[in-house]
Design a protein around this ligand. Structure first.
Ligand code: UDP
Length: 456
C-alpha cells in the first residue's frame, strides 16, 4: 500500500487455490521471493483437499520459518449451477465464495502489503478487494503460456465451440486442433469454462502476469500474449525447487541403475488411470524390457487411495519385474528423481510443473496427456523437441483403452531416441541460463521486486 514509507523490504502475500499443481509453484515462488529479501506471507485455504497439500504446507513452513503462514478457514461449500464434479474445482469455488473474509486480513497485515500474488481460479474476487485497498496485484499462471493464450481467447473458442473436429485459428498461435482443447472449456455451463471467463476479466488491470515458463522455451505464445492488451507478461520460470524433500527417497535404488536407463512414470498429483489401463501399461512396460520407476495412483484424491499395489497392477507383476523396476505408491519427490543420472525418460501426463521440471533437468518426455491443459502442453513439448507426442489418437483420459503393444513401442521409441536426448540437454542449458544473475527470468523477478519496493 502506498501510505507507509519506511519498510526496506517489500511484503508480498501469495494466495494459492487448490491442488499440488497450484501449491508447488506458489511455494516455490514464495521461497524465491524470500531468498531475494522480500517479507512473504502465504494465505492457504484450510482444510485442503488432499493430505499431500496439508503435509507439504507443514513441511514448508518448518523449513522456511521466515515465511508467515495464514490459514484461510473456508465457509461451507454451496453448490453452484455449473457442472463441477472435480473435488479440486469444488475447492476453487469454495475459496472463491469465501474471499470476502480476506479483506480485513489483507488490509491489516504488518508491514503493510506491497503486493498480492493471486492464483487464477480466485483472481476475480481477490482483485475486487485489492483494487479497493489499492494493493498492486499480480497473478501467477500455473499452466503453459500456450494454454494461457487459449484462456485469454476463451470467447473466440466458445464462438467456435460447436466445430466438430477441425482447428481454431488463435491469434499468434495459428491453427489449434479442437481435439487438443479440453471439452469442458468449450462448454459455457461447465465450471472450467466459467472460472476462466470470470477470472481473466481483471487481467488488464493487474500489475503483471507471472508465468512459470521462459521466453526461449515458449517465444511464440509469449509474443502472442504480449499483443492481447493484458497486463505485462512476466515469464519467471522455471521456478526453482524447494529445500524440503517430501516423500520416501528412491535414490538408493536409482543409484544401482545404469546411466539414463530408467523410465520414470508419473501422471502427476491428481490423475489416476483405470485399473484396466494400469494393467495394459504394466504389460507394455514388461514387453519393452525397459527399466522403470513408476508412481502409481489409484484415485484422484490421495485420501481415497486405499488399494494395494498388487490389487491395482495385477498379481505377479511385481515379482516378474523385480530386477527391472520399482513401483511406488504415495508421494515421490519428482524433482529429485528427475535429476538423478539414471533417469533417461519421463512418461508424463504433461502437467505444466512436470514439463518445466523435465526442461530444467533435461529429461526427454514421452507425452501421454489425459485432461485439461495437458494436450496443449504436450504440443509445447513436441514443438521445442523436449520429447515425443506420437500418441495423438489415444484420446482424452478414459476414452479408450490403450493397448500394451502400442505402449511398448512408444517407450522404446523415446528411450532409444538419441536426438531427443541431446535436445533435452540443450534445453536444460537454456533453462539454466535464464536463472543466472543476468538471465531473462531472474531479471524479470528482480524487476518485480524493485517495483514492489517502490510501492512500499
Ligand atoms: N509431484 C511429485 N511427486 C508425485 C506427484 C507429483 O513431486 O508423486 C509434483 C510434480 O513434481 C509437480 C507437481 O507435483 O511439481 C504436479 O504438478 P503438474 O502440473 O505436473 O501436474 P498435476 O498434478 O497438477 O496434474
Amino acid at each position: 500500500m502506498a501510505s507507509t514509507p519506511h519498510h526496506p523490504h517489500p511484503h508480498v502475500a501469495l494466495i494459492p487455490s487448490a491442488g499440488m499443481g497450484h501449491l508447488i509453484p506458489f511455494l516455490r515462488l514464495s521461497a524465491m521471493l524470500a531468498a531475494r529479501g522480500c517479507a512473504v506471507s502465504i494465505i492457504a485455504a484450510h482444510p485442503t483437499v488432499s493430505a499431500t497439500e496439508s503435509d507439504h504446507l507443514s513441511a514448508f513452513f518448518a523449513a522456511y520459518p521466515e515465511i508467515k503462514r495464514i490459514d484461510f478457514h473456508l465457509l461451507p461449500y454451496k453448490k453452484s449451477n455449473f457442472i463441477n464434479e472435480d473435488p479440486f474445482f469444488v475447492q476453487f469455488e469454495a475459496i472463491d465464495k469465501s474471499t470476502h473474509l480476506l479483506r480485513p486480513v489483507l488490509s491489516s497485515l504488518s508491514p503493510p502489503l506491497s503486493a498480492v500474488v493471486s492464483d487464477l481460479p480466485v483472481l476475480g474476487s481477490i482483485a475486487r478487494i485489492t483494487e479497493d485497498l489499492s494493493i498492486p496485484t499480480y497473478t501467477l499462471i500455473t499452466t503453459s503460456a500456450r494454454f494461457f493464450c487459449l484462456m485469454a481467447n476463451l470467447s473466440l473458442l466458445l464462438a467456435a465451440g460447436d466445430v466438430n473436429g477441425g482447428t481454431i485459428d488463435v491469434p499468434g498461435l495459428g491453427q489449434v486442433p479442437v481435439s487438443s482443447i479440453p471439452p469442458p472449456m468449450l462448454n459455457p455451463n461447465h465450471f472450467f469454462s466459467a472460472t476462466i471467463a470470470e477470472n481473466t476479466l481483471p487481467m488488464p488491470k493487474l500489475k503483471g502476469i507471472l508465468l512459470n515458463t521462459f521466453t526461449w522455451f515458449e517465444s511464440e505464445a509469449i509474443e502472442a500474449l504480449n499483443g492481447t492488451g493484458l497486463a505485462p507478461i512476466l515469464p519467471v520460470g522455471p521456478l526453482q525447487p524447494l529445500q524440503t524433500v517430501q516423500g520416501g527417497s528412491n535414490l538408493p535404488w536409482l543409484d544401482q541403475q545404469a546411466q539414463e536407463s530408467v523410465l520414470f512414470i508419473s501422471f502427476g498429483s491428481r490423475t489416476a488411470l483405470s485399473k484396466e489401463q494400469i494393467r495394459e501399461l504394466g504389460a507394455g512396460l514388461e514387453k519393452s524390457g525397459c527399466n522403470f520407476l513408476w508412481v502409481l495412483k489409484g484415485s484422484k484424491v490421495d485420501k481415497e487411495d486405499n488399494q494395494e499395489v498388487e490389487e491395482l497392477i495385477g498379481e505377479g507383476f511385481l515379482e516378474r519385474t523385480q530386477s527391472k523396476g520399482l513401483v511406488v505408491k504415495g508421494w515421490v519427490d519428482q524433482d529429485q528423481v528427475l535429476g538423478h543420472p539414471s533417469i533417461g525418460g519421463f512418461m508424463s501426463h504433461c502437467g505444466w510443473n512436470s514439463v518445466m521440471e523435465a526442461a530444467r533437468l533435461g529429461v526427454p518426455i514421452l507425452a501421454w496427456p489425459l485432461h485439461g491443459d495437458q494436450k496443449i502442453n504436450a504440443e509445447v513439448v513436441e514443438k521445442i523437441g523436449l520429447g515425443l507426442w506420437s500418441s495423438r489418437d489415444w484420446g482424452w483420459g478414459g476414452q479408450k483403452l490403450v493397448g500394451r503393444d502400442e505402449i511398448a513401442d512408444k517407450i522404446m521409441e523415446v528411450m532409444m531416441d538419441e536426438k531427443v536426448r541431446d535436445r533435452a540437454k540443450q534445453i536444460k542449458e537454456r533453462a539454466c541460463l535464464v536463472r543466472d544473475g543476468n538471465g531473462d527470468s531472474e531479471l524479470k523477478l528482480q524487476e518485480i521486486i524493485r517495483s514492489c519496493i517502490k510501492e512500499t
